[in-house]
Design a protein around this ligand. Structure first.
Ligand code: AMP
Length: 549
């Protein structure tokens, strides 16, 4: 976009917004702050931002030695850990582009995105050695493979060509490296969407968008990251840059705790306690594991006070357990890969503090208020803007400096509609600007020309004491087009019948929203980012015959 230039330009330093500046700042101003990692090797590793900066510069020198230049893509297949953080800064800071791969994708999808991104180096954790051995033959453009482990863990034999040990690489280069300056609009990281339909598409973040997102997401009205916090990002660094925490935490100077591959309730609880974590972020499925472990073992947190939940809707049952039984404030946030990811965060306004607790909870259960940097609106099928009255629902559109303008390699054409990005979510916005997601537009159930939002139906189901997980899908219906079918996973050892569950909805929803039937399952299909794969459920139940009324 070319913009008019004022005859009188500002006279401040024109310093580009580059992510290297974040680590440089952390090392200089919070040099002693700790980064603690549970390693794939099994032990706990500790060092400081100063150490991280030094090793990141060694790695930047090593990448230079491998011939990696401005704009080249370097991929990682790695858990949350200190080496991954070093790669975040060394790759992007040196001007190359960090491509974080979700290891939960199918091997064919992994090979597809490696080739699509034209990655030249792949750095990976020991856990993923078999996965990399399986795909290496199909990734012709990769020139160097780097195994992120200690020397003594390197395999004696492997089919992977040009495999080097990360520690050898670091050791063979000095930290004499000055972060280069370049245009802040240069690509910084590349993250592919989960691709539930068709091939994944790449969101290519710039340095400018990443730094602005780091500032915006650290604000008190958003994640509120401070130098007094101990932050444990449960959300993986391969899922939309761990929601920006590898940037917002160092710029705030907070202590960082990385959980590595151990994301089960017990391992997380032990790490939260051992490192006195105060703040965390993750998807509902992870909290479910942690909460169940704690309730079963009658455990409490001694330091953990605040968490961000996003990626899928946080149910009232989960929010109530965390807030009332475990003393953890929940910030319900919404965003997407195409938005770096943060769009909204659920923090109360001053006037809400007067409200009774159950009224406050209703506001906190919404997906939240826009964070400065993101504008949003809801529109009808014709693109006409709908009112912010908390009940009109429509297609949610966003724009802002950290919202996607085009997919990598222009895949899928122009994603924007009149300058706004259609999120694919259906939402309401209330008079105070709090947005609530009703559904994904492809998951919403269309019954007799009206829409039934599945999130509400699922939230009610999981507030039943015997229900662990719930998913609601539309089943074809001769008269109404579609009607809701509820798929339930019961808590271990608990019983509840179809009739009891349907009766549980009495008085909680409009009668015509009541699911037509309930089926019980052992588990729900989860995608690589912990979301229920409703397309799979729809496929599984596509022949399902609903009872006739
Ligand atoms: P992804 O790009 O994989 O992070 O997925 C983004 C999508 O996840 C959004 O478009 C929403 O449909 C969904 N999502 C993210 N956060 C929430 C939330 N707090 N509540 C409900 N859905 C969410």
């Amino acid at each position: 976009m070319s913009l008019p230039q004022s005859p009188l330009m500002g006279q401040m330093m024109n310093q580009p917004l580059l992510v290297s500046g974040i680590l440089e700042f952390a090392a200089r101003h919070f040099g002693d702050s700790l980064i603690v990692s549970r390693r794939v090797e099994g032990d706990i590793h500790r060092y400081t931002y100063r150490d991280c900066h030094q090793r990141a510069r060694r790695l930047a020198n090593a990448l230079h030695g491998m011939g990696i230049a401005l704009g080249d893509r370097v991929a990682t297949l790695a858990w949350n850990g200190y080496r991954h953080l070093e790669a975040y800064y060394a790759v992007s800071g040196s001007g190359a582009v960090l491509h974080t791969i979700n290891p939960r994708l199918h091997p064919e999808q992994i090979a597809y995105i490696i080739n699509h991104a034209e990655d030249q180096v792949l750095m990976f954790d020991l856990t993923f050695l078999p996965a990399v051995e399986a795909v290496a033959a199909h990734c012709r453009q990769i020139k160097h493979y780097v195994l992120m482990c200690d020397r003594d863990r390197m395999p004696a034999e492997t089919r992977i060509p040009n495999l080097v040990c990360y520690e050898d690489l670091i050791a063979s280069h000095t930290d004499d490296y000055t972060w280069p300056l370049f245009d802040e609009n240069s690509a910084c990281t590349l993250c592919y969407t989960s691709g539930t339909t068709g091939n994944p598409k790449g969101a290519l973040y710039s340095h400018r968008s990443t730094v602005l997102h780091a500032y915006g997401s650290a604000l008190p009205n958003a994640l509120n990251v401070t130098s007094r916090d101990v932050v444990l990002p449960v959300v993986p660094m391969f899922h939309v840059n761990a929601w920006g925490l590898p940037y917002s935490v160092p710029l705030s100077g907070a202590k960082m705790v990385f959980p590595g591959a151990a994301l089960d309730g017990k391992s997380l609880y032990e790490l939260f306690e051992a490192e006195q974590v105060t703040f965390s972020a993750g998807v509902p499925t992870v909290w479910l594991g942690l909460i169940n472990f704690m309730l079963q073992n009658k455990l409490k947190f001694s330091s953990f006070r605040r968490t961000v939940i996003g990626g899928s809707a946080c149910s009232p049952a989960m929010m109530n357990t965390l807030m009332d039984e475990l003393g953890v404030e929940v910030i319900h946030a919404w965003g997407m890969t195409e938005m770096s990811p943060l769009g909204t965060a659920g923090v109360l306004l001053g006037k809400h503090l007067e409200l009774p607790q159950d009224e406050q909870r209703k506001i906190l259960l919404k997906q939240g208020h826009a964070v400065y940097g993101v504008d949003m609106k809801i529109v009808d099928d014709d693109g006409k803007e709908l009112p912010w009255d908390g009940s009109s629902y429509g297609h949610l559109m966003v724009k802002g400096p950290w919202v996607i303008a085009a997919y990598y390699k222009d895949e899928g054409g122009d994603p924007l509609q009149h300058g706004w990005f259609p999120t694919g979510d259906v939402a309401t916005i209330d008079a105070d600007g709090y947005m609530q997601i009703t559904d994904r537009s492809k998951d919403v159930i269309k019954s007799g020309g009206e829409w039934i939002g599945t999130i509400d139906l699922e939230n009610i189901a999981v507030s039943h004491p015997a229900v662990m997980q719930a998913a609601c899908i539309g089943i074809a219906h001769p008269k109404w087009d579609e009607r809701p079918l509820l798929v339930i996973v019961r808590k271990p050892g608990m019983e509840v019948s179809r009739e009891e569950l349907l009766a549980f909805y009495d008085g909680k929803i409009a009668k015509w929203w009541l699911p037509d039937d309930v089926v019980f399952a052992d588990a729900l299909p989860l995608g690589g980012t912990g979301k229920v794969q409703k397309n799979k459920l729809r496929e599984q139940y596509k022949e399902y015959k609903l009872p006739t009324a």
